[in-house]
Write a protein of this length. Structure first.
Length: 177
């Protein structure tokens, strides 16, 4: 759970953020044995993939923690429309998803493995095939993903792909005059 002062109004003795209240409610129900079973870290990531594969970007977005940290291929600052680089917060995660759907038409996205590691870490791997809209070429790649899960949401997300294959598929070839 987040910072106490950000989530609790000491004047009215109430939880301010709806998301925080939902998490407290789920944990309490699980504690007293009601049907609010907490998701495993692996299930959180699997649900992310399922939503992504069916194109439900609203569910994908809600899977990210409000204070998430996303690294797409390289850990450096990026311009708004640039796909690869760092995204901070769920609000920036919207731009991450927008960049993906703007640049690519996904033809196949296969998840081969999702493994829960020590702590709250989940590691996944698979393959994808994207049609690059600007070049009309296919971008095929193996991929690996590392996630840190907190409060049943993805707090840190790192995605790696074959960047050389992306560069090759992005090049537009012109016919000789």
């Amino acid at each position: 759970m987040g910072s106490f002062n950000e989530n609790f109004d000491t004047t009215s003795n109430t939880i301010i953020k709806e998301e925080e209240l939902r998490l407290v409610d789920r944990r309490f129900k699980a504690f007293v044995g009601e049907d609010a079973e907490l998701k495993s870290n692996k299930e959180v990531v699997q649900n992310y993939f399922k939503a992504f594969q069916r194109g439900d970007l609203e569910v994908v977005l809600r899977t990210f923690h409000p204070d998430c940290y996303i690294v797409s291929v390289k850990e450096e600052e990026r311009s708004t429309e640039q796909l690869h680089g760092i995204y901070r917060t769920r609000e920036e995660a919207k731009q991450f998803l927008k960049n993906i759907v703007t640049l690519f038409d996904t033809k196949d996205f296969t998840v081969d493995t999702v493994v829960e590691a020590e702590g709250n870490i989940v590691v996944s791997k698979g393959t994808f095939s994207h049609l690059i809209k600007s070049s009309g070429k296919l971008f095929n790649s193996n991929w690996a993903q590392w996630c840190l899960v907190e409060d049943e949401m993805i707090k840190e997300y790192r995605f790696y792909e074959d960047s050389a294959a992306l560069i090759e598929a992005s090049n537009v070839e012109f016919a000789e005059p």
